[in-house]
Design a protein around this ligand. Structure first.
Ligand SMILES: [Zn+2]
Length: 178
């Protein structure tokens, strides 16, 4: 078990589109470490570039939410969102943007194509919290933050906090935007 350092807002690797995974032979240890790291921070999703890895891989664990169907941690490689349906507003946070939370509107139900840890291609539909986490983490893999969706007025409110995070890893005060 290893807890990996989490890359914070402002690091260039979080503003780039990551590379697709082509070598599936050595992913198990990384996935284990990512799940440990996420659990250690009480996170429910983590993208590989949030631990400094330039690869299209994300993990999801919403087992702490008893209303949800997905009780086991999940891993998605080379993920592609192929369909989005409906709209729902949910409050989001991010391990790379600590102590900042905001309500964001995204699709309620998504269809994704991805590869599993053996490289098998799969198609699956997710809704609710699982869909939300996948959309948030997939955004990391294409260089986007949830704060990018905020209106200018709210971006202005957190601008200074984001700068603090990029400089010290944490904001001097926490902010929740509703
Ligand atoms: Zn995030």
């Amino acid at each position: 078990m290893a807890i990996l350092p989490i890359v914070k807002y402002g690091d260039p690797i979080l503003r780039r589109k990551v590379k697709l995974v082509t070598d599936f032979t050595n992913l198990d240890n990384l996935v284990k470490d990512m799940l440990d790291t996420m659990g250690n921070e009480s996170g429910i999703g983590l993208a590989a570039n949030q631990v400094g890895m330039d690869m299209n891989l994300l993990v999801l664990d919403i087992s702490g939410f008893e209303d949800e169907d997905d009780v086991d941690p999940r891993v998605f490689v080379n993920i592609d969102i192929i369909k989005e349906e409906g709209e729902i507003e949910i409050e989001e946070g991010c391990l790379s943007i600590p102590d900042i939370r905001a309500s964001i509107v995204r699709a309620e139900t998504i269809t994704i194509e991805y590869q599993d840890l053996k490289g098998n291609i799969k198609t699956e539909i997710f809704t609710g919290l699982a869909a939300r986490v996948i959309l948030h983490e997939n955004d990391h893999l294409i260089g986007k933050y949830f704060t990018d969706y905020l209106p200018t007025s709210q971006k202005t409110v957190i601008q200074k906090r984001l700068k603090e995070i990029s400089e010290t890893g944490f904001p001097s005060v926490s902010v929740t935007l509703t």
